[in-house]
Design a protein around this ligand. Structure first.
Ligand code: UD1
Ligand code: CA
Length: 457
């Protein structure tokens, strides 16, 4: 495979986003638009000789956000049009390779479509990605001769009535032989309605030199849709999510409603996974075989073992779960949660930076932080590990088969021995020995004949 140059145009300001953030950094499915374009370019081009991103006003943040060794950043200032933009990148391109031109604000072009476009290009042929639209308003139109061959592109503002009636439009994405591009770009003029250097003018130049101009079309129009506003970004987000949901179902994942799942990253599922409505997956989430996820769960960078059931409204961030766990509803597993097999974490239980071994349970209203919990431990309702003294965090260690009575506070650092029992309401400030009952509780007394106070008149 011959290496390609890739030029991504991203100098436009994106005023209609009405945001302080540069347009191409706005996330689609949790990833900057420009990052989608970069990934697609790398995947389609196979071997990439050079990637050049042309950025403009405010672009330093783009550069900082997406810095990567294989990218050359080229500043275009002022912005005098798409032809001028590519001209800025020219000195960085390998003249022996062809150049793929992409837009940083067109995030969802299929890799296969770009691969077809690259395949249609040669050292003596220009390949244009074009599409027929019901409403071609605003786009450059593809002007073809009587024989159907492409002659040139005319911008809407320069077009006459007949040309405006053409519904085949320029997507802006194309592949050109770089040597030719280098010859054409400096000859472009600004004698047009917008006073800009139009990249699109290279088409007529190619035709005049006898080069073939080929066209390739996307499968779906959304592949070439650009984002200029938040509403257009939301539309493409839906396109992405619906497509991703369809892929999951093809792989055998059962979705209660494919319109009500959002994946912002990578979701890897085993066999017979069921996901109920309104779940959000972020980062990399791995679900084992036969996992079920209840409605309204948020899982980020987590791993769930086979056969585990996650009940509604549970929230995971950097948690690792073994097989056959029962979690939720309303459970919160924070970074560093590492659960063994058949662990039960119930409603309003928060776990952070803790290991809980096989068959242990914390079913109600607890906080388990900075703890190492053994196997078959029962943590009663309302138990709190007091891991933070206001300055430092300390660990709590609970041995196998311990029974922690309800409403207990474990003031770390503290250790509960194997098989120990803590009586309900204990405030544990020193270690509890194994196989014994430890209890800190004022003795219960009853005062016979005691009378309630009565209101004085
Ligand atoms: C351009 C095409 C038009 C096509 C349309 C598709 C030209 C002259 N026209 O139109 O045929 O139908 O795209 O959307 O090429 N950019 C720069 N520097 C500049 C100008 C633009 O980097 O000086 C970048 C923008 O950030 C954007 C892309 O180029 O990513 C296209 O710019 P835009 O202004 O949207 O294109 P149009 O001129 O409307
Ligand atoms: Ca545009």
């Amino acid at each position: 495979m011959i290496p390609m140059n890739v030029v991504i145009l991203a100098a436009g300001q994106g005023k209609r986003m009405r945001s302080a953030q540069p347009k191409v950094l706005h996330p689609l499915a949790g990833k900057a638009m420009l990052a989608h374009v970069l990934d697609a370019a790398r995947a389609a081009a196979g071997a990439v000789a050079h990637i050049c991103v042309v950025y403009g006003h405010g672009g330093e943040t783009v550069r900082a956000a997406l810095a990567c060794a294989d990218i050359t950043w080229v500043k275009q200032e002022p912005q005098l049009g798409t032809g001028h933009a590519v001209l800025q990148a020219l000195p960085h391109l390998d003249p022996a390779c062809r150049t793929l031109i992409l837009y940083g604000d067109v995030p969802l072009t299929r890799v296969a479509t770009l691969a077809r476009l690259i395949a249609a290009s040669t050292d003596d042929a220009l390949a244009l990605l074009t599409v027929r639209l019901d409403d071609a308003h605003g786009y450059g139109r593809i002007v073809r001769g009587k024989d159907g061959a492409i002659l040139r592109i005319v911008e809407e503002k320069d077009a006459d009535e007949a040309e405006r009636a053409i519904n085949e439009v320029n997507t802006g994405i194309l592949v050109a032989p770089t040597g030719r591009l280098a010859a054409w770009l400096p000859t472009l003029g600004q004698g047009n309605a917008q006073g800009e250097y139009y990249l699109t003018d290279i088409v007529a130049l190619a035709v005049a030199e006898g080069l073939a101009v080929r066209s390739v079309h996307p499968i779906d129009a959304w592949e070439v849709e650009g984002v200029n506003s938040k509403s257009q970004l939301a539309d493409l987000e839906r396109v992405y999510q619906v497509g991703h949901a369809a892929q999951l179902m093809e792989q055998g994942v059962q979705l209660a409603d494919p319109a009500r799942i959002d994946v912002r990253g990578e979701l890897v599922c085993g066999r017979d996974v069921f996901i109920d409505i309104n779940c959000l997956f972020e980062g990399r989430v791995v679900l084992g075989d036969n996992v079920t996820i209840g409605a309204n769960c948020v899982l980020k960078d987590s791993q769930v073992g086979a056969g585990s059931h996650i009940q509604p409204f549970s929230h995971f961030d950097q948690a690792v779960l073994g097989d056959d766990c029962r979690i939720g509803p309303y459970a919160r597993l924070r970074p560093g949660t590492d659960l063994g097999r058949d662990v039960h974490i119930g409603n309003f239980v928060e776990v952070k930076n803790s290991t809980i071994a096989d068959h242990s349970k914390a079913n109600h209203l607890s906080y388990v932080g900075d703890s190492t919990v053994g196997t078959r431990v029962n943590i009663g309702a309302g138990t709190i590990t007091c891991n933070y003294d206001g300055a430092n965090k300390h660990r709590t260690v609970i041995g196998d088969d311990a029974f922690i009575g309800s409403d207990t506070q474990l003031v770390a650092p503290v250790t509960v021995g194997r098989g120990a029992t803590l009586g309900a309401g204990t405030t544990l400030t020193s270690n509890a020995p194994p196989d014994s009952l430890t209890i800190s509780r004022a003795k219960q007394v009853t005062i016979p004949g005691w009378k309630r106070p009565v209101k004085t008149k």
